[in-house]
Design a protein around this ligand. Sequence first.
Ligand SMILES: NC(=O)c1ccc[n+]([C@@H]2O[C@H](COP(=O)([O-])OP(=O)(O)OC[C@H]3O[C@@H](n4cnc5c(N)ncnc54)[C@H](O)[C@@H]3O)[C@@H](O)[C@H]2O)c1
Ligand SMILES: [Zn+2]
Ligand SMILES: [Zn+2]
Length: 384
Amino acid sequence: MLAMNYRGPLRVRIDHKPEPQIEHPQDAVVRVTRSCICGSDLHLYNGSVPDTRPGMTFGHEVTGVVEEVGPGVEKLKVGDQVLVPFNIACGKCVFCQQELYGNCHESNSQATAVGGIFGYSHTAGGYDGGQAEYVRVPYADVGPTVIPENMDPDDAVMLTDVVPTGYQAAEMGGIQPGDTVVVFGAGPVGIMAARCAWLFGAGRVIVIDEVDYRLEFVRNYAPCEAYNFRELGDVVVFLKRTTDWMGADVVIDAVGAEASGRVMQTLLGRKLLMQGGSATALHWAINSVKKGGIVSIVGVYGPIDTLVPIGNVVNKGLTIRGNQASVKRLLPRLIEHVQNGILDPKALITHRIPLEEVSDAYRIFSAKLDNCIKPVLLPPSARS
Ligand SMILES: NC(=O)c1ccc[n+]([C@@H]2O[C@H](COP(=O)([O-])OP(=O)(O)OC[C@H]3O[C@@H](n4cnc5c(N)ncnc54)[C@H](O)[C@@H]3O)[C@@H](O)[C@H]2O)c1
Ligand SMILES: [Zn+2]
Ligand SMILES: [Zn+2]
């Protein structure tokens, strides 16, 4: 089959690989109809996630048709059209029982932090992902969810990650009615977090990024105030000033470990590799939230240490929450929100690119060319 193949930092190409097989009674094989590229894939693409092995296929935001099921699969049938959450979860361990599907103890049993994730290095279990014609889906009765008949497949693919992650970012912020919410990052996740902040009763939503077309998009889509940090001078001082010197009630980090904006962080974390990336957005989040406020982190940080102003966390009495989104927990509510028109996730999809052109797709998304917000890869069978 055709599959994206990681060859090393900044090098991905389309290749032929053997089609995946049922390896376990609870597996399914899914024929992919759509697979997105995510900001999380850029961490892999840039070579900043430990143990990302050449030969791996990325892709954790997938819809498709069930092609084959193992003998232990009870709920899913051949021919079902499904959306596949990015988390691989057993559904039975102590963490899955608490609906912490991003922290499954079985699907990535050699790790003690993150659970398994499709196409996300051996740090997240070493599973091949869905930027391919077919993908093997373990624990097939747990994650994959049949797409409701009236749902646009472009909305469905956004429910595998971006919508739940943006929603959970807002949820973890514990937003109270009237709160001022600041979101760092106007990528798909930050855009969705800003949109969802209103659902929790925010009174004011401010988004910070450095890419003007994304700021323009979120300003209309969320809708919200949106600022380019390059034009603000000191972004923390700006955010304090605009909140009567109190700071925001809730700040969301939707950037993660490859932030730009501070020379010291970029130098130590991205050039000299002396820490796990650059925690600039998190630094700004801690410093611009009010005393007693909440910082919600969905931007990805790896297992390596990162410099953040922990003293300010203590002295300001902050609550910090973070996690990989628990997609399955949120799906029933979010499917309803899409069906009722409260959320319109497909509006974020700006690019539909043939799977065969995967290396161009990575370049466009990574370099933020052509006003790209969210690219979707379409395998040949999904185009005919
Ligand atoms: N926790 C989860 O479950 C989960 C799920 C999906 C994605 N993520 C993570 O969320 C983050 C965002 O994902 P995305 O798909 O939107 O990525 P993206 O790369 O498209 O967007 C990131 C945005 O951050 C901006 N940015 C860079 N430095 C900044 C700074 N200092 N301040 C403000 N903005 C800055 C960039 O210009 C870019 O627009 C990534 O780290 C991704 O790995 C987490
Ligand atoms: Zn993703
Ligand atoms: Zn589990």
